[in-house]
Design a protein around this ligand. Structure first.
Ligand SMILES: Cc1ncc(COP(=O)(O)O)c(C=O)c1O
Length: 448
């Protein structure tokens, strides 16, 4: 990892980090926030408003991480603050039926093209777990196919080939090596997981000839968002959908990152897909913890108590949390307003083209991949990063970490992890992008 020299004062953050390590593992609650990523340790954020955040030492930043994409309207949006204050004053949650969940569900189903019905849970991981259980119940099959480098949360069965690994370990494209990402998962859990490289129809067809008819589902992110930002090749997702159906498997679209980000109906609207099930999280809650599974009644009704084919159990004390549902409804109203997506795309495209120009001008070999509200920078000699194998083989993640630590020091907040991506919210302005570009240009002088 890069050892960055910070010119800003981070004394209070350092003190907090020392204290945090007494009681929290690595001082954090998720390894992506700690010293595994930030050097020499995390910057403690204390306050946010619009596109800005302030750390414990009073340093100001423009936030381009936006809670890994959860903060679609930036920090402390006045309408959401109002909804939360009013909602809290009337009682946060009852674990009982409320009108708030109806309001959220009605708006959700209006925006998401394939949502005849929706079930709310609390995180993207839970949504992905539930989608798989539904697919297994619906098809009567156990196996499922996931792609290399796709992350669907921390549920046991999904934690294969979801982190960056050394290219020597990946195995052949037609029969990828199976690399668990966590200890503590019984090996037999992975017997039901089939792995394929993404963006490669030829390999997928080959693998499906062997396993296709045993699959309950093929699950994919529409845009690979956990190895940076990797777009699908033209027509690729439509073909994956077709192949899944040819083999009697469900097509699950994991829209936890892309949902409510690229278009009101997420990537299924953007790429004109008809997933059998889709999963949501992050931007749906505008900063509140929520997940959702959407699809046709024929599949979601498997969760009914009176389902004669065997009920799919899904409990949760906090499902449909009243305060969260109020936020979801207000968030979706803001997103449905005229111009919200046009603005997200325009500001994001301005950042992408501006960064490309800065790298070109500075003579730094870097790819800026993605468009509109989400993109990533790869320091690589390649002209495009198409999949996990490219990412593991050709991307200089240490150089990226150095770059991000440099812009952090200039008031641009971002995670130094290359596997994530830059996020544009409705709170970002062209002035924020100009600050980003100035910081990127200064960072380039340190790189070359
Ligand atoms: C595509 C995708 N699916 C699922 C998840 C899991 O969501 P959560 O972190 O809310 O559990 C993530 C998290 O980053 C994700 O990127």
């Amino acid at each position: 990892m890069t050892q960055a020299t910070r010119t800003r004062n981070h004394i209070r953050s350092q003190q907090l980090f020392e204290r945090a390590q007494q009681r929290l593992v690595e001082g954090v609650n998720s390894p992506s926030r700690g010293a595994a990523v930030y050097s020499p340790g995390p910057i403690y954020l204390e306050r946010g408003r619009g596109s800005q955040v302030w750390d414990a030492d009073g340093n100001e930043y423009i936030d381009f991480m936006m809670s890994f994409g959860a903060l679609i309207h930036g920090h402390a949006h006045p309408r959401l603050v109002e909804v939360v204050s009013e909602g809290m004053a009337a009682g946060s949650h009852f674990a009982a039926a409320t009108s708030a969940e109806i309001e959220a569900a009605e708006r959700f189903c209006k925006m998401v093209p394939t949502a005849e019905a929706v079930r709310f849970c609390n995180t993207g991981s839970e949504a992905a777990m539930l989608a798989l259980r539904l697919a297994r119940a619906h098809t009567g099959r156990n196996k499922f196919l996931k792609f290399e480098g796709h992350y669907h949360g921390w549920y046991d069965a999904y934690l294969l080939n979801a982190h960056g690994h050394s290219p020597q370990r990946l195995g052949p494209r037609h029969d990828p090596a199976r690399i668990p990402d966590s200890a503590g998962i019984p090996a037999k859990v992975f017997d039901d997981v089939v792995i394929a490289p993404w963006n490669d129809l030829e390999s997928l067809e080959h693998i499906l000839r062997r396993h296709g008819d045993d699959l309950a589902a093929i699950i994919t992110e529409p845009i690979m968002a956990n190895m940076g930002c990797i777009l699908p090749r033209e027509g690729y997702l439509q073909q994956v959908q077709k192949l899944a159906h040819r083999h009697g498997a469900l097509f699950i679209l994991d829209e936890v990152v892309t949902g409510f980000r690229y278009a009101p109906g997420g990537c299924q609207e953007y790429y004109r897909l008809q997933p059998d099930l889709s999963t949501f999280g992050k931007a749906l809650g505008a900063g509140f913890p929520v997940g959702a599974v959407a699809g046709p009644r024929a599949i979601l009704d498997r969760m009914r108590w009176d389902n004669d084919n065997g009920m799919v159990l899904h409990y949760g004390t906090f499902n449909g949390h009243r305060l969260t549902m109020k936020v979801v409804a207000a968030n979706l109203d803001l997103l449905a307003a005229e111009g919200a997506y046009k603005r997200l795309h325009a500001i994001g495209d301005s950042a992408v083209s501006g960064l490309r120009e800065i790298f070109r001008k500075c003579g730094v070999k870097a790819l800026v991949q993605g468009f509109g509200p989400m993109f990533q920078i790869y320091f690589t000699e390649r002209d495009y990063i198409f999949d996990y194998r490219d990412y593991c083989s050709y991307v200089n993640t240490a150089r990226y970490s150095q770059f991000v630590h440099s812009v952090l020091d200039q008031g641009i907040y971002m995670t130094p992890s290359n596997g994530l991506h830059w996020i544009i919210s409705t709170a970002h302005t062209e002035a924020d992008i100009q600050k980003l570009l100035a910081a990127a240009e200064a960072a380039c002088t340190e790189l070359v």
